[in-house]
Structure formats: C-alpha cells, structure tokens
Ligand binder design. Structure first.
Ligand code: CA
Length: 481
C-alpha cells in the first residue's frame, strides 16, 4: 500500500519538476548499480531432477537451488529495484557455495545445464539487469582437475583445500585462457575475483585487461583491500564495521566517520557479506528489533555514495553468525514491510542521479541523529535518519537549499516550508528515516492553482451540458409517449 503511494507521489513529483532527459539515459557506470549478492544453491529450487547431491536438511550440503529457479524467480529482484545480480561461483564444486572448485570447464551439475545458465543471462538482460559471476582461485578443492598434471601450480592449505599460485605465469595464462572462453560463450556483465587480496597484482591486471578486451565488463574484488590496477571497485575498507556499529542499536556510540562518506564514491558499500556474519546477528546480540534496524540502515546505504551490495535474504532480515547458518535457503514472501521499504529506497536511487553520484554534504551528525544533503545540478535531497531514542529537531539554514522552497518528505508525507527566521525546521520521530525532495514553493502553487482553474472550468462546462440535456429530455420523452 505504502509502496504504491510513494511510487505514485514520486512519479508525480519527478514528472513535474525533476526528471530530465539525461536521468532517463542508459545507465553505464558501476556507481549506478545496486547489487544483490546471492548463492545459486540457496536461492530457489525449481528442478528436482538435478538434486542428486542435495540434502535439504543438512545446511552444509547442497540444498537444491538452481539456475532454473533463479530465472523463474528473478522478477522478485527486479521488482525490488536491484540492477545487478552477483550469483557467486557456478563451476563444478565440492561445496554448495561453489568455493571448492573442481573444474572451471564444467558448470555445477546441481545448478543445472549450460542451456539453463544461458537462460539466466538472457532473463537478466531481458529485465535490464546485469549478471556478475564469482571466480574462486584460492582454497579450491584438492581434487581440482588441473592438479594431477600441474601439482606445482598449487599450494596446500591447512584446511585440506589448495590455492592456485597466481604469481606463476603459466597459472595466469591458463586462467586467462579458460575465462576468455567462458566470457565469450556466456555473456556475463562482470566478474568478481574471490579472495582478491591474496592474488598476485600482476595477475589481476592482466586478467582484467584480457576480459575487457573481449567485452566491457566489471571486474570486482569480493573483499576490502587497497585498490590495485585492473579492479573497477573494492569493498571500502572499514565500511562494514562502521555501518554495523552505527545501526545495530539506537543511540549508537559512533556514526559512520565522515571520511567514509567521501571515500565511498567508486567503491562497494555493504554492511555484511556472504563470508561474514549477518548484520541481523549483531542486532539480536544487542536485543534490537531487526526490521527497524534494517529499515534505518537501508536508508543510509541506499542514499549514500558508493555502489550498495546487499546480501540475499537481507530483505527478510536473515540471521546467522557464520556459514552455513548465514546461508539458509531463501524464504520469499515473508517480511513484506521491509521488502516494500527497500523497494521505495531503490526506486528513489534508481530515479535520481544525485543520490547515486551527486555531492555529499553532512549537515548534522550527533548521537544517531543524522542529516545530510545529496545533490547535483538537477536534484537536491535532504536525507534525515533519526537512529536515537527520542524525537529530534534540526533547523536547516535557507542557504543550504535556497529560499522559498518546499521540503517534501516522501515517506512520512510531511511538508516543510521556510519559517520567519529563514530556516527549514525539521522534526523526526525516533527510529525513523525520511527523504525530502526540494521543490519550488511558488512554482508548485502556480501549477496547483492552474490545475484548479482547469478543473473548475471543466466542471462548469459539464454542468451546462447536463442542464441542456436535462431541459431537452422531457420533450423527447413526451414524443415517445
Ligand atoms: Ca534443484
């Protein structure tokens, strides 16, 4: 209900004053994406014929999710506003998460056939979403097919897995050759290198160039690290902890340090990953209420600079301190309120370039009461997040957004106009977020009055015709008699 209301208001507002041709233009930059991170095995089990390895009551085993399930339930992700799907590793593997790769030339049989994988890519492109695939090269299976003929390429790990030594030129060549064929055959839009911080930088650079020679695509790191040549983005170091500490409870001791705001641009921003514990587990430890915590966190994540990466199941506040507990099979259709909230925020972000790549200015940041401005030459937003235990106020000076404007809140539907002191007085209840769009007060009133006049005139004409028709009717009726 609220989702419909907000998109209706939003569509109306954008069509009145905000939308410009360039906003509707083709999205091309990584900064325009909102990424949903999932595991094929834990998304949706559509086909039971490929379930020979599956044991759905053992969380450490394959649970049955497959390519066909991803295709058939992909609209759910489109509806939620995601623009790119990171689907994890898809190569034949000893483990459900695809990490312990056995053979890069074969797709994991439990996930499905090459045709079904092609359908995933086709479906995503039909829905105008991108597909990003993970490539693990470290801690892969000790039964990997390359091992017998090239034992020197591998190093052994304590946990019984092996890692490819990416500093060896032959290893680099072999991986580049293999994945050049892969991206030629399957039109994926990006590759995320797993355990990127353990790879040889010269390999990352060569690999990236080779893939981009074939087709323009994103090459990403799966973790926080200093950026190296060849990577389009890394997870911003420290962002997970900063976001978690700011939102796991109200009245936080710390907020996201201001330097993160500037550094987030061009990086991946996330609160957790499929390798870490879920944010929900922090909330439960603090005895917080997960839906409210997620609600406020999403407000910041989806209105701040950077490319948001959201783990599957966050929309239903999935819990778990570590894998495999943090990797349950997705239960769609529960937690509708949070899904609606995410949808509202992603639609704001997708519609407004200012929220994706605009300037970022913190206006107020004190004990969980955060007010900031996102703007470019076309749009201005004021984002207010009250993550404290009391109602908060903040007066925005007129020079921040200009005089004679109207701040229109899209979630709580409040309108703020400039007061006699030349300020916009903002008040927000505890544990609530709001996004204000800025509108010309006078311009809108003019439009409103014009609309009223048109409505009035139309109504008078209608009355006149009705009156004429009414006058005529008795005569025609008389004739009939
Ligand atoms: Ca299956």
């Amino acid at each position: 209900m609220k989702r419909k209301l907000i998109s209706a208001v939003l569509t109306g507002l954008l069509s009145i004053s905000l939308i410009t041709p360039s906003m509707a233009a083709e999205k091309q930059s990584l900064q325009d994406e909102i990424i949903y991170d999932l595991l094929v095995d834990r998304y949706f089990n559509k086909v039971i014929q490929n379930d020979s390895k599956v044991n759905s009551v053992d969380s450490t085993a394959f649970n049955g999710g497959d390519f066909a399930g991803l295709s058939s339930e992909m609209q759910y992700l489109k509806d939620m506003g995601f623009t790119a799907l990171s689907v994890g590793p898809i190569f034949s593997s000893a483990t459900y998460d695809g990490k312990e790769v056995l053979d890069y030339e074969e797709l994991e049989p439990s996930f499905g056939t090459e045709e079904e994988w092609q359908e995933v890519i086709a479906k995503a492109h039909e829905l105008e979403m991108k597909i990003i695939v993970d490539i693990p090269t470290q801690r892969i299976s000790n039964n990997h097919v390359w091992r017998a003929s090239n034992p020197g390429w591998f190093t052994e790990n304590e946990d019984g897995t092996v890692s490819l030594d990416t500093s060896i030129p032959e290893v680099q060549n072999k991986l580049i050759e293999r994945f050049s064929s892969f991206v030629t055959e399957f039109e994926v839009d990006g590759i995320r290198l797993q355990t990127t911080d353990e790879l040889d930088p010269s390999f990352i650079d060569r690999f990236s160039k080779s893939m981009k020679d074939i087709r323009s695509m994103y090459i990403l790191s799966d973790g926080a690290m200093d950026s190296v040549s060849g990577l389009d983005a890394v997870v911003l170091p420290g962002i997970e902890e900063a976001l978690r500490n700011s939102y796991k409870n109200f009245d936080p001791d710390s907020s996201v340090p201001s330097d993160y705001w500037a550094e987030a641009k061009g990086n991946l921003t996330q609160v957790d990953s499929l390798l870490s514990s879920r944010f929900t587990s922090d909330v439960i430890e603090e005895r917080g209420f997960p839906p409210t915590r997620w609600n406020l966190l999403m407000f910041q994540l989806l209105t701040m600079p950077g490319t948001p990466v959201i783990q599957y199941g966050s929309e239903i506040a999935v819990n778990g301190a570590a894998a495999p507990d943090s990797h349950p099979i997705l239960d769609m259709g529960v937690g509708e309120e949070l899904i609606d909230h995410i949808t509202n925020l992603t639609s704001l972000r997708n519609e407004s370039e200012a929220l994706r790549t605009g300037e970022m200015e913190i206006l107020h940041d004190e004990e969980g009461w955060l007010v900031y401005k996102r703007s470019d030459e076309k749009d201005t937003w004021i984002i207010a997040i009250n993550n404290s235990s009391s109602t908060k106020n903040f007066a925005i000076p007129a020079d921040v957004i200009g005089s004679g404007k109207e701040m229109r809140g899209l979630f709580e539907n409040d309108i703020i106009r400039e007061n006699d002191e030349g300020k916009y007085q903002l008040t927000l209840d505890r544990e609530v977020g709001e996004a204000f769009t800025i509108i010309e007060q006078r311009g809108l009133n003019k439009g409103y009055i014009a609309a009223l006049v048109v409505l009035y005139v139309t109504f008078m004409i209608f009355l006149w015709f009705a009156w004429r028709k009414g006058k005529k009717r008795p005569m025609t009726e008389k004739k009939k008699l």
